[in-house]
Design a binder for this molecule. Structure first.
Ligand code: NI
Length: 440
């Protein structure tokens, strides 16, 4: 779709030598970033609006993946498709030797009925978990995919002078695969994403409603929580409500467990270092007011920021469930965790310290903020466990709107200010080029 602009190449070449000697990240925006951003800006907006109007749920990103692959082919790349169902990966080989960088964008949308009133709002509906629902890019992954295609376009145009290579990772199913399926980052890795191309560094971004547009949020170390589900079944023995001594009451045991489980964080976890959460989301037992049921099922979520704390909470919750139940004469079958959760998304401290000036160059030092720890999870964490990685937030809430009060990501009213596309594109490009040139 886009060939390199000959007019852009000469100033780029003039600068290339200069940057090759620079080991540190740039303190100002690279001229080629500015030129490329101006050139691809309209395209990125159009791509994002198209994805926004045609959202697809996790593991169903057929059209999105086809459009991504088609765009990459038009740029002269040879994308690999069908990774973890709908994943698309392409490599841009630079004309000069240098490091390997991977950039990731997620492509899936959510079962949310859009209420933004935008002219390109989604009207798509589907069936999810047995219910008819709208589908919406309520987390902004349409922006991520559009931005990475713009970055691809820009990098292809400067390929001849690029020291190193860049792998573009368009990932499906970040939000989690439907029940009975697997998907996302862990499956892409299991299918050999890093087998032939092990990156020296990986970068990802997320548009974020709680930050104003024009700001970028990043922090070293843990950024987003590990998210794990648990399932506990307390088995008692059914009896009449009027004769509790005739059975074993799992409801009283469950009530005791809900209270006792609160002490795992409040009494046993060192919350002075990092926060943690144990929450019950559903309790189900019984059918009638005067029948004590056979069993109660409790499900919930655990959020942590440290692998050691995560393992300790798994162990403690299982213990508390089993022993509290035993104290009531009941037994607990505790699946903690219940299936595979997302690990902690942690930014490599050295890489983040090194690349922060690149982000500052794009939006100004005062506009790079350190966000609080996010209790939400992100499956970028799987890549960050494998290679040094940095994930950053791009402010998405427009001027005049309080970001704290703005409809958040996943809301049917989540509204992305499109200036965030330009900020995200410039940030990703600057970070990538600074990294490649710094080691070149
Ligand atoms: Ni998201």
């Amino acid at each position: 779709m886009r060939a390199p602009h000959p007019s852009l190449l000469s100033p780029l070449l003039a600068c290339a030598g200069l940057f090759a000697f620079s080991a540190a990240a740039q303190s100002s925006v690279r001229p080629e970033v500015d030129a490329a951003a101006r050139r691809v800006q309209a395209d990125v907006v159009a791509l994002r609006r198209d994805f926004h109007q045609h959202p697809e749920l996790s593991n169903r990103e057929q059209r999105t993946a086809a459009k991504v692959a088609e765009h990459l082919r038009a740029l002269g790349l040879t994308p690999k498709t069908g990774i973890a169902r709908h994943g698309v990966v392409a490599i841009i080989e630079g004309g000069k030797p240098g490091p390997r960088v991977a950039l990731r964008a997620d492509m899936d949308a959510l079962p949310v009925t859009e209420q933004t009133g935008l002219p390109f709002a989604s009207k798509v509906t589907t069936t999810f978990a047995g219910q008819t629902t709208g589908v919406m890019h309520a987390c902004g992954h349409d922006a991520h995919t559009g931005i990475l295609l713009g970055v691809a376009d820009a990098l292809v145009a400067m390929r001849k002078d690029l020291p190193g290579s860049v792998m573009l990772v368009f990932q499906p199913s970040e939000e989690g695969a439907p029940v009975g399926e697997t998907g996302g980052a862990s499956v892409m890795l299991a299918e050999g994403l890093f087998k032939d191309f092990r990156p020296d560094a990986m970068f990802g971004l997320h548009v974020f409603s709680t930050l104003p547009v024009g700001t970028i949020g990043v922090r070293q170390g843990p950024l987003m929580a590990a998210s794990d589900r648990f399932n506990i079944v307390i088995k008692g023995r059914q009896t009449h409500g009027s004769r509790p001594w005739g059975g074993i009451d799992p409801i009283v045991a469950a009530a005791d467990l809900v209270s006792s489980a609160q002490t795992i964080v409040s009494r046993r976890t060192d919350v002075s270092k990092l926060p943690a959460v144990v929450s019950f989301g559903s309790i189900h037992g019984g059918i009638r007011y005067n029948i004590i049921p056979d069993q109660v099922e409790l499900v919930g979520t655990i959020r942590t920021f440290d692998e050691g704390v995560r393992a300790a909470i798994f162990k403690d919750l299982k213990n508390v469930a089993e022993h509290v139940s035993a104290a009531h004469g009941a037994t607990a079958v505790a699946s903690v965790p219940d299936g595979e959760g997302n690990p902690v998304t942690a930014n490599d401290p050295a890489l983040t310290a090194r690349m922060r000036p690149s982000l500052e160059a794009v939006v100004g030092a005062a506009n790079v903020v350190e966000p609080s720890l996010q209790m939400g999870a992100e499956d970028f964490s799987y890549y960050a466990r494998e290679v040094p990685a940095m994930f950053f937030f791009v402010g998405a809430t427009g001027p005049g709107i309080d970001p704290v009060a703005a409809p958040s990501n996943h809301s049917p009213k989540f509204l992305l200010d499109e200036t965030a596309l330009d900020v995200g594109l410039r940030a990703m490009l600057q970070v990538t080029l600074d990294y490649l040139h710094g080691d070149g």
